[in-house]
Design a protein. Structure first.
Length: 319
């Protein structure tokens, strides 16, 4: 390629695509503590019945026709989840974020994942995001060592019935830390307030089975949040790249960098902005906006060669 960037200015209202095009099964690792495993005070259920948010999320993904597999080294919920291969996870009751940071690399080596659903920090909670940042660093190390790409869906964790202000501070700091990690594939989700969890016992109309853990209704609300995030990450059923398609970038994010299917980055000093589209939300290119694709030797042509640039538009609002 003759220059270091391909600059594509467009005069378009681009409705953001909700999925990258791919024909591969998405490997999803639910990761965290007892909230991921499904354990609460006085719980005597066998491990085959521990389903957490994982079973309602499994239902949502399956009903949507998603091609996925839950992965991990912990096996729980297999008596309830219809496809027992999807009972795998990395939910570890009582574990802290520091403990997960010490193990996430080896978990990924043993059970590679394309997507990690990370809800961690409840045990020994403090306001520092440092241990979660260590988790993300270890995921980066795994990506580098094994030439893999992992998308982390990072949760601002649920609070408790007693309304712990330290948890809220932790969540605020988690968001600040995550937004500062340039180049990482991170989707931030708000479980604390964005899931609609009512922090009370079921007898009082709430979604908590004890001070720390959701009831089945609370887990179902968490599953809805995970599912909404996954819709913007996972490939839709039956949609695959053409064999001769070299690269694509999905532009549904609110800010660059945009990362393509193989990890190459497209940046922008003047990115498109969100606006009202003909249908739902849209991204506006007004001749001054541009997206610059980094040179990775895949976009390589000579002066006499021909090529095609395309954009795909999803007709319904993905936001």
């Amino acid at each position: 390629m003759r220059s270091s960037y391909l600059v594509i200015p467009l005069l378009l209202l681009l409705i953001a695509a909700a999925f990258p095009a791919s024909g591969q099964t998405a490997r999803i690792m639910p990761c965290g503590d007892s909230i991921t495993y499904d354990n609460h005070s006085g719980d005597t259920r066998p491990e085959g019945e521990r389903i957490s948010y994982r079973y309602p999320l499994w239902q949502l993904l399956t009903n949507a026709g998603a091609d996925f597999r839950f992965v991990g080294g912990v096996y729980a919920g297999y008596d309830i989840i219809p496809d027992t291969q999807d009972a795998y996870n990395e939910g570890h009751p009582g574990w802290t974020d520091a403990q997960v940071a010490s193990n996430i690399y080896n978990w990924l080596v043993a059970n590679p994942a394309d997507i990690v659903l990370l809800h961690i920090g409840t045990n020994a909670v403090n306001s520092s995001p440092g241990d979660v940042e260590d988790i993300l660093d270890e995921i980066d190390r795994y990506e580098t060592d094994y030439s893999q790409t992992v998308h982390v869906v990072l949760a601002k964790i649920i609070n408790r019935i007693t309304n712990d202000t330290t948890t809220s501070s932790f969540n605020t700091n988690i968001e600040t830390m995550a937004l500062g990690r340039v180049g990482d594939l991170i989707t931030l989700v708000d479980m604390e307030y964005g899931a609609g969890i009512i922090y009370d016992y079921p007898a009082g109309g709430g979604d908590m089975v004890d001070n720390l853990h959701p009831s089945d209704d609370g887990y179902a609300k968490m599953a809805n949040v995970w599912f909404e995030a996954l819709q913007a990450i996972m490939p839709p059923t039956g949609l695959a790249c053409d064999a001769d398609l070299t690269d694509y970038w999905k532009l549904e994010k609110e800010f660059p960098p945009y990362v393509n299917q193989s990890g190459a980055i497209a940046r922008s000093a003047d990115p498109p902005v969100w606006t009202t589209g003909i249908v739902g939300e849209a991204q506006l290119f007004d001749l001054t906006n541009e997206v610059d694709a980094e040179d990775d030797d895949s976009l390589d042509w000579a002066a006499g060669d021909s090529f095609t640039l395309e954009f795909w538009m999803k007709k319904t609002n993905p936001v």
